[in-house]
Design a protein around this ligand. Structure first.
Ligand code: HEM
Length: 222
């Protein structure tokens, strides 16, 4: 049994963790570890369902792994690497926007994708890492991220859209799938996870990520 504050009927797993009180109250790095292992288990279950435990994941499998795609989408939403897209654009003519707003010619404009992907008017629980928001089987929406829906455009949109977007997305998805299929990832107690970002040419993690990787076959045979 655990003690927690009173929760509403639609409270989810994260709300339960946040509401724990007294001795059960979790520190932030323990909270990350619990959530991490929950999402990791779901990914491993999906990989085993689609691939079995005998073969490794290939790039052609990515399309058959909807939860993996949802996890990568959510990572690109919460941590968009190119958060200012091409940094700056120059309007070549007067541009009329909605509600009578006009961007005059020769204006340097910057698009803040980070602000859009963290806007609570656009996203429910915008600061929570919730891959299920993109997984149709979990009640989510399989959103397009190619620039057709500007709520989530981590590769930009329009004429300057990223030309490497397909390669980028499938490579990231494949790496995540391989890393999670072959290893169990645990936090490193001596070097707790800190997801603070720093803006360089693109947005990067400020402190190197340190984690413990346990080969899964080793765990299975022990
Ligand atoms: C997850 C991986 C990647 C992300 C999130 C990403 C994101 C972006 C973003 C946001 C832009 C600016 C788009 C705009 O302003 O509308 C961009 C531009 C660009 N990206 Fe990527 N990119 C990724 C991978 C790649 C790869 C793999 C390549 C090449 C193989 C690539 C090549 C480029 C180039 C050349 C541009 C400049 C396009 C131009 O200015 O016309 N990107 N990328």
């Amino acid at each position: 049994m655990f003690s927690c504050a009173k929760l509403s009927d639609n409270a989810d797993f994260v709300d339960v963790l946040l509401s724990l009180e007294g001795e059960e109250k979790l520190e932030e790095d323990d909270m990350i570890a619990v959530l991490w292992s929950d999402i990791q288990n779901k990914l491993q279950e999906e990989l085993e369902l689609v691939l079995g435990s005998k073969r490794s994941v290939r790039d052609s499998d990515v399309g058959n792994l909807p939860y993996l795609q949802a996890v990568v989408k959510e990572a690109l939403r919460v941590h968009p690497p190119g958060l200012l897209l091409s940094w700056a654009r120059l309007s070549t003519s007067d541009m009329e926007l909605s509600k009578g707003m006009v961007v005059p010619a020769n204006t340097t404009a910057m698009m803040n994708m980070w602000a859009i992907t963290h806007d609570s008017k656009v996203w429910e629980e915008a600061f929570k890492f919730k891959p299920e928001r993109f997984a149709e089987s979990m009640g989510g929406t399989n959103m397009d991220l190619w620039g057709n829906d500007l709520r989530l455009a981590p590769f930009g949109a329009g004429r300057k859209v990223c030309p490497g977007k397909n390669l980028g997305l499938v490579t990231v998805s494949l790496w995540v799938a391989k890393l999670v299929h072959h290893f169990n990832w645990l936090p490193n107690k001596e070097n707790p996870i800190d997801l603070t970002e720093v803006l360089k040419l693109s947005s990067e993690i400020k402190y190197p990520l340190s984690a413990v990787a346990l080969p899964r076959n080793l765990l299975l045979s022990s």
